[in-house]
Design a binder for this molecule. Structure first.
Ligand code: FES
Ligand code: FE
Length: 327
């Protein structure tokens, strides 16, 4: 199974939005493991296996009280860094067994998202310079679950030759099937990808593009950050930038969390939900296609046929396979 590859445990993944982790424990799954998230007294998110060390009850079924997660079975309380601070049956204030503490995992909050790494981090959280630029606003869109391998999602997000087929209901133009020669290379902020220009249908996307006209030209880059993050930048002739970070997280081999985050240097006048409804519709088109393709994308490049327009996803697959073999 792909998720058993040790290298994947050393990478960062989005498991929730920061807003999701408020007053109650949150159950999430990553690489086949069940985790619980909660906020400790200092407001930091804590992530730990969703298993009480006492009798293995899922801690996510409990409550959060004063920054401690309280097990629903016998009320053991775990505070900062997962330290067990109280075993009620032993009497308040009595010492707890030294083995009663939770083994927490690495967690960080960035871009309104909760990122988790199960083992010593070897990868990084992808950079997004616009997040520190006051000219840009950030729009979070919620976390969805797709019955798709994260490998197929990443492959798809790097691919533009499906636009005239899958995205015909949003921005795809049926006649525009030729994909120009794509030059791949390192881009800014550690991403690897390509730049290109594409004509898109504008009628459903006019709110997001801010432009009139049936067909408009987008100057774009599409690039990846291992293992499963894709950044898409759209530049319009008006100077408007629309940047999208597409995050796929392997729940298991064939199920994934998906979220995307948008940054825009617009005048902030159009409501966020109106801006992202077009991107949501595009994502729904990809999801509907990908959920019909079972299993993990074969990492053996010879197991599938690739052509010139697949160069970006072939290169991602090559680098991804190399990353897996490093640990
Ligand atoms: Fe959690 Fe007993 S199983 S306190
Ligand atoms: Fe797509």
């Amino acid at each position: 199974m792909l998720i058993e590859q040790d290298a994947l445990r050393h990478q960062w993944y989005v498991v929730a939005e920061s807003n999701d982790v408020a007053g109650a424990p949150v159950a999430v799954r990553l690489l086949g493991e069940s985790l619980v998230l909660w906020r400790s007294a200092d407001g930091a998110v804590v992530a730990a296996p969703d298993r009480c060390p006492h009798r293995e009850a899922p801690l996510s079924g409990g409550t959060v009280d004063d920054g401690c997660i309280v097990c629903p079975y016998h009320g053991w309380r775990f505070g900062d860094a997962g330290r067990c601070v109280e075993v009620p049956s032993s009497g308040a204030g009595r010492p707890v067994p030294p083995t009663s503490h939770l083994t927490t995992v690495h967690v960080a909050e960035r871009y309104g998202l909760v990122w988790v790494c199960l083992d010593e981090p070897q990868g990084t959280i992808p950079a997004m310079a616009a997040d520190d630029d006051p000219a840009y606003r950030r729009i979070n869109t919620g976390v969805d679950t797709w019955t798709v391998s994260a490998t197929r999602m990443t492959d798809n997000f790097l691919d533009i030759s499906h636009f005239p087929y899958v995205h015909i209901g949003t921005f795809g133009i049926q006649e525009n099937q030729d994909v120009p020669k794509l030059d791949l290379g390192p881009l800014d902020d550690g991403y690897f990808g390509y730049e290109y220009e594409v004509d898109v249908r504008n009628e459903a996307g006019a709110v997001a593009s801010g432009l009139d006209g049936d067909v408009i030209t987008r100057r774009m880059t599409t690039s990846f950050h291992l293992p499963f993050t894709v950044r898409s930048t759209i530049h319009y002739e008006t100077g408007l930038d629309h940047l999208i970070l597409l995050c796929s997280t392997p729940i298991d081999d064939v199920t994934s969390y998906f979220t995307f985050v948008v940054w825009r240097n617009d005048d902030f006048s159009v409501p966020a939900e109106d801006i992202i409804s077009f991107d949501r519709a595009i994502g729904a088109e990809d999801k509907a296609m990908l959920e019909r393709i079972p299993g993990v994308l074969p990492l053996d490049q010879k197991a599938t046929v690739s052509v010139q327009s697949d160069k970006p996803s072939v290169e991602w697959r090559r680098q991804f396979a190399a990353m897996l073999s490093l640990v």
